[in-house]
Design a protein around this ligand. Structure first.
Ligand SMILES: *Cc1c(COP(=O)(O)O)cnc(C)c1O
Length: 420
């Protein structure tokens, strides 16, 4: 089918409008996650569509982050970005801790063998039973309300263990230019900063262990200056609350919010100013608190390392436009369809995975099999000419892909997942 005329030299996939993707090898004009040419990988998986996550790309990201960021900083993985057990297992070995947001994520985290005191459990709707399981496991319950604190205290009394808690603070400021705001003003997350001192009084009185404070202001931010600004404010807020509290803590968690480029015109986050600022804050934390700072990242650790692969099942024209109909769509990848937190639909980076050596010069739309006009993976994008049987790759799909998708919608089979 494809003519492997010239192979892109470095294995970088380039696009007319999107940031280049360098996470995967390219072999003979074919995308090769984990070094396996994608058609061969599809045979190995046994079906399409599937998500492939490349462990070398995950490693490279963690290595680059560690090299840039201060040594004293603890790096946690927020599992909700990609809870595939093999991915979590892989990240447990190369990060300093895991952040979970449900009892099932907690189970996946503990299955990796990570020490319980390196796991924390956030979430505004934790049930009494989830909190009890977390206390029994010995992980840190990040309390997001006075009720959650009482439930942790009760669970500790019932089980006969001293609960470990962290208090999640809803800061009065918000993370500027964040794709998804999770702090500042009225929010279901955390406890308003003004009310935190009384909650800390109750922590002291009840005798539970305070692991630290957790302040997470937002997600998907590509502007280094706003992340720096939020981290400084977060640190100052945490410091003043902890000074008032007076006791020791194990850490202060500054949240994350590091974004990745998805859409035309977006570029990679500039880590340098963030690293420089965190260096200063870590030094201050050492003297001010005698405790390390933590950042917790989900998307930034895995988004680039994942690709969603589906197969063209039909090619048709309607009123002069070409539609590549595939076996994959929004039921597997809600984010790429534009229906997960996007206001205006924009295209993810998409390519014909087995024709990377052919010019991407034909305007085509990639759609899924669902009977809804929302089921779009690429809208009027320049791609290599594709035919039924070809494989479509949706890049930047390692985070909030399958886990954020309504797989039951229209009752098609769920996609496979593979870590290669
Ligand atoms: C979702 C979430 C994260 C991860 O956010 P990313 O944008 O994926 O890095 C981290 N911490 C908490 C508390 C979260 O809810």
């Amino acid at each position: 089918m494809s003519s492997p005329a010239k192979t892109p030299p470095s294995g970088t996939v380039t696009f007319a409008q999107h940031a280049p993707v360098a996470a995967f090898p390219v072999v003979g004009g074919e995308l090769a996650p984990g070094g396996i040419p994608v058609r061969r990988l599809a045979e190995r998986v046994g079906r399409t569509p599937f998500y492939a996550y490349d462990r070398r790309a995950i490693d490279a990201r963690v290595v680059a982050l560690r090299a840039a960021l201060p040594r004293a900083l603890h790096l946690h993985y927020a599992i909700k970005a990609n809870p595939m057990p093999a991915v979590v297992q892989h990240l447990a070995a190369i990060t300093d801790g895991l952040d979970v947001a449900s009892a099932q994520e907690m189970a996946v985290a503990l299955d990796t063998g990570v020490a319980a005191d390196r796991v924390s459990f956030a979430g505004p709707g934790k049930s009494a039973s989830e909190i009890r399981r977390a206390v029994a496991a010995g992980i840190t319950v990040t309390v997001e309300s006075p009720l959650q604190l009482e439930q942790a205290v009760e669970a500790g009394a019932a089980i006969g263990v001293r609960p470990r808690v962290a208090v999640r603070v809803n800061p009065a400021f918000e993370l500027k230019s964040s794709g998804m705001k999770m702090g500042g003003g009225p929010k279901p997350f955390g406890i308003d900063e003004a009310r935190v001192p009384e909650v800390l009084d109750r922590v002291r009185e009840s005798g539970v262990h305070l692991s630290g404070l957790h302040i997470f202001a937002g997600s998907q931010n590509l502007r280094a200056e706003s992340i720096v600004d939020a981290q400084v404010k977060t640190y100052e807020l945490g410091l003043s609350l902890l000074r008032e509290w007076g006791g020791p803590v194990d850490w202060l968690n500054l949240g994350g919010g590091f974004g990745v480029p998805y859409f035309p015109g977006e570029t990679e986050l500039d880590l340098a100013p963030i690293a420089e600022n965190l260096g200063k804050l870590c030094a201050r934390a050492d003297t001010d608190l005698g405790a390390p700072l933590v950042i917790e990242l989900g998307r930034y650790l895995v988004a680039h390392a994942g690709v969603y692969v589906c197969r063209v099942v039909d090619r048709k024209e309607s009123c002069g436009q070409v539609f590549l109909v595939t076996d994959g769509g929004l039921h597997h990848h809600l984010s790429a369809s534009g229906n997960f937190g996007q206001v205006l639909r924009k295209n993810y980076p998409v390519a014909v995975a087995n024709r990377l050596d052919e010019p991407a010069d034909e305007v085509q739309s990639v759609v899924g099999p669902l009977c809804t006009p929302l089921d779009i993976l690429a809208e009027r994008m320049k791609l290599a000419h594709a035919e039924p049987g070809d494989l479509i790759a949706v890049f930047q799909s390692g985070a909030y892909g399958l886990t954020a998708s309504p797989t039951a919608f229209l009752s098609h089979p769920a996609p496979a997942e593979v870590l290669v």
